[in-house]
Design a protein around this ligand. Structure first.
Ligand code: F6P
Length: 334
């Protein structure tokens, strides 16, 4: 029989925590909010939900959230707390306002679900006002050091892959080249996974700014090998994006080329199981981290276990794309 201890020690004496989502939305954010609310309730801790991220925090947009308030949300995309990117939070005055509201509400710690920009915002609050902050990695880009995957990434890859499969039908039928841009402001994680899973001829990522002209030779070789159409995946962060790659192909080969920028559809939709499970584990772990007296760390999952990474390290260190996967993408496009 598996022994389960449901009561977590609370040396920090936490009675109430706040939670917010910030930056770009990501599928699974609701599952993370739900996990925070329910894990806290299981320990007799109250949760204050902050609406509109830091933007709402400095305006005091807060309300209590109970376990029933998060019912029927685990499968929903977006974030029930709403999200925003806040300019005011970048000022010490804005953060002081937010800290005042958190104190008024008797909050012993803040859980920030978001990406590196959001973690910066949380870290400043902690440094200036002594309020413990725990980060939960929520971004489709998967670009945070300290966790194998971020919440939303798995769903974004599935969404992009579905689009690639559909575009491939048209590409093959018309014997066209399709250049498809996936999201990833500074990172090629989505692009690389989609390239391998979608059987692409080539992938362009910001981590390896190879010359754009190289695509011309690759497409010419594909045609010589008898391929009916080609799929080229480009990460948004690659210099010039998909349009530049498409233009280079058209100019260098004269072949009929179409560019498709998938954009924000990758951020929406019901989270796949891997994102729901990751969000559930990390939301729970964030509550326990505050109870343990931890602060200024991001909870992550690395090699199956829960890990705690100091917030500055999550943005100071870069998370490498898998070189092996990059190699594999090349080898299999023969
Ligand atoms: O950080 C997630 C992300 O989806 C990036 O991939 C993209 O560059 C950016 O957000 C888009 O942000 P916005 O919602 O402000 O257009």
């Amino acid at each position: 029989m598996i022994e389960i201890n449901e009561i977590h020690p609370n040396p920090a004496g936490i009675k109430r925590v706040a939670v917010l989502t910030s930056g770009g939305d990501a599928p699974g954010m609701n599952a993370a909010i739900r996990a925070v609310v329910r894990a806290a309730a299981s320990q007799g801790i109250e949760v204050v939900g902050v609406r509109r991220g830091f933007s709402g925090l400095h305006r005091g947009e807060m309300h209590l959230l109970g376990p029933r308030d998060v019912a029927n949300t685990i499968q929903r995309g977006g974030t029930i707390l709403l999200t925003a990117r806040s300019r005011t939070w970048r000022t010490p005055e804005g953060r002081a306002e937010g800290a005042r509201y958190l104190r008024e509400w008797g909050v012993g710690g803040l859980i920030v679900i978001g990406g590196d920009g959001s973690f910066h915002g949380g870290y400043h609050l902690q440094e200036e006002h002594g309020i413990p902050v725990i980060g939960v990695p929520g971004t489709i880009d998967n670009d945070l050091y300290g966790t194998d995957h971020t919440i939303g990434y798995f769903t974004a890859v599935e969404t992009a892959l579905d689009a690639v499969d559909k575009l491939r039908d048209t590409g093959a039928s018309h014997e066209r080249i399709f250049v498809i841009e996936v999201m990833g402001r500074h990172a090629g994680h989505i692009a690389l996974d989609v390239a391998v899973a979608g059987g692409a001829e080539e992938v362009f990522i910001p981590e390896d700014e190879k010359p754009i002209e190289s695509v011309v030779e690759i497409v010419k070789q594909s045609v010589e090998k008898g391929k009916k159409g080609s799929i080229i995946i480009v990460a948004e962060g690659y210099d010039g994006g998909a349009q530049a790659v498409g233009d280079a192909i058209q100019a260098g080969t004269g072949l009929e080329t179409r560019v498709s920028i998938l954009g924000h559809i990758q951020r929406g939709g019901s989270p796949v199981s891997s994102d729901r499970i990751l969000a559930s584990r990390l939301g729970e772990a964030a509550v326990y981290a505050l109870m343990d007296g931890q602060k200024g760390v991001m909870v992550g999952r690395t090699s199956g276990g829960i890990t705690y990474t100091p917030l500055p390290e999550t943005w100071q260190n870069s998370k490498d794309v898998s070189h092996d996967l990059y190699r594999c993408a090349r080898v299999l496009s023969i």
